[in-house]
Design a protein around this ligand. Structure first.
Ligand code: 3PG
Length: 207
């Protein structure tokens, strides 16, 4: 699956920080049942790679990816765990080379036109805009649409149900990323029905 197909699975890609391995399977089932089919598991917790494995088994209709890929070793470990796409906070040629070598579709982060151009020079057509709100939000992406034609963005960082529409209405935005659909509090409480409701609200956002 190409990264553009991953981005088109749903309006929102959940950014997941899984602290407890036992949460992975019910979390993936709840998000997928709510209609969010591309799931980004950040490699920020000790159980993240095992969480990817558990989610792949638990929610076969979801496409599970790995986020916070910082090194080539992260890329290879993510692929070995079953990740089908990768996300990084920035644009690293070492990480992108490894992902090309491993056949992992990537969504690297950019925050400036120069970084976006560096991605375009590598042939990338889909980039993450990060951190979206802190970098000026939807007005910045709107201003990039004409000069940076040919690139679509997945803005992430500071986005929630309230402002997602501001981004999704732009011609150069294909989806948004965000952690709001899987709050730590609901995960700790095992409130998978609550997470499914948040996912369904997010999945219903107009694109
Ligand atoms: C992250 O990498 O943590 C994402 O940008 C998520 O940001 P959010 O928590 O503001 O949705």
């Amino acid at each position: 699956m190409k990264i553009e197909d991953v981005c088109r699975l749903a309006p929102v890609v959940p950014v997941l920080i899984v602290e407890e391995l036992a949460h992975a399977a019910p979390l993936a089932r709840a998000l997928s049942a709510g209609g969010l089919k591309a799931l980004e598991v950040t490699l920020r917790t000790p159980c993240a790679l095992d969480a990817i494995r558990a989610m792949v088994d638990a929610a076969p209709d979801a496409v599970v990816g790995a986020g916070t890929l910082m090194t080539p070793a992260d890329v290879y470990a993510a692929v070995e765990a079953g990740a089908r796409f990768g996300v990084s906070p920035g644009l690293s040629n070492r990480v992108l080379d490894a992902a090309e070598d491993a056949g992992l579709p990537m969504l690297p982060g950019v925050a400036t036109p120069s970084e976006a151009m560096a991605g375009m020079e590598r042939g990338l057509t889909h980039l993450k805009f990060f951190p979206a709100e802190a970098n000026g939000g939807a007005p910045v992406l709107k201003a990039w649409a004409s000069p940076l034609a040919g690139v679509s963005f997945c803005p992430t960082g500071g986005i929630g149900l309230g402002n997602a529409k501001d981004y999704l209405g732009l011609s150069n935005v294909v989806c948004v990323g965000g952690s709001w659909v899987a709050p730590a509090k609901l995960m700790a409480a095992g409130d998978w029905a609550g997470i499914e409701t948040l996912a369904a609200e997010a999945a219903a956002l107009p694109v």
